[in-house]
Design a protein around this ligand. Sequence first.
Ligand code: PLP
Length: 395
Amino acid sequence: MPNMKMVELGENRSVIRDLFEYGLKRKKEVGAERVYDFSLGNPSIPAPQKVNETLISLIEHTESTALHGYSSAPGDPAVRKAVAESINRRFKRTQTADDIYMTCGAAASLTISLHALLCEGEEVIIFSPFFPEYKVFVEKAGGVVRTVGAREKDFGPDLDAFKSAVNAKTRAVIINSPNNPSGAVVTSEDLRAISEFLKEKQKIFGAPIYILSDEPYRELVYGGVEVPYVMNFYENTLVCYSYSKSLSLPGERIGYIALCHEAQEREKVFAAICGAGRALGYVCAPVLFQKMLLSCLEEKTDLSAYEQNKNLLYRALCDMGYTCVKPEGAFYLFIKAPGGDDAAFCEQAKKHDLLIVPSASFGLPGYMRIAYCVSLQTIQNALPAFRELAKEYNL
Ligand code: PLP
């Protein structure tokens, strides 16, 4: 008999995936243009042209065995060095190639980091609303999730609740900024408060507590909002980065872990990262995409389409009477469920072929997530359905 925990995970797909599959079926029935699918965070902006040009050039000009062969387990040394130098240039750090582990995206960065750090029964603090896979990743690594809420006014971390949650078993804290699903960005002030508190607690407990900074949306910010760089506040930091959203490459599975160069016992922690990568089979991230990064590390997608979508949707929904969290980053709009029951509202929305995600699986019931990484036309077409729903709920 297989491992029943894995059977359960495999059989119970995420709410988001279920909704996405439902959307595919519905599109076949009524036509794609009649289904307003806001379920999945799949980038709608194309990857920068330079990415495609670089890939073509690599294929045409690199000897096949070098192009498609293994790299060393933590990644190509030249790529790791380039990633470190890029971090140093942008965030005034002192990273070296030896602090960088190339991965298959942020999901792999997180699972490797959690396996590297956690011993059975140790706790990981996550802030709700959170990316639902955190629970799966932490529990698979033998850890226990402790959830801390957000402030309702701005969706920043509830610092008092955070301080009460930290205890001698706390081994890591996951910060996700810009946030999926709220779009909120953690301010320097909040980050400083979290860091200073953890520094005190590390001394008291005589053991390190790590911050895992899950930041696939770092570059997706609007209106000049700054996303503070966690290592600049706290040394025991592992940045879990991915190019899935910043370069619109989610299917290519490429990202990295950057262990802060000043982390305590840096060499041991990096060895644990390599060990976890080995144990999980996450070695040698896709080599073609590692090599592409050498030329495209600081390429940017044109965010204007997301910004246009966000502005249109936010204004229109506020005008209709919905209560929306003002998004500062990522490509999600988080809105309060009229009537208070997110599952019931999303079911009602489905009757209008409006596919939005109820928030319970993000650890904060009573809201819905709208992924606005879609065409502007989809948003325009969906507005009458949102208006009908507003009427049905007397907004
Ligand atoms: N973390 C967050 C907050 C995400 O939203 C996602 C994907 O949507 C991931 C991690 C996983 O990203 P990747 O596709 O790079 O594995």
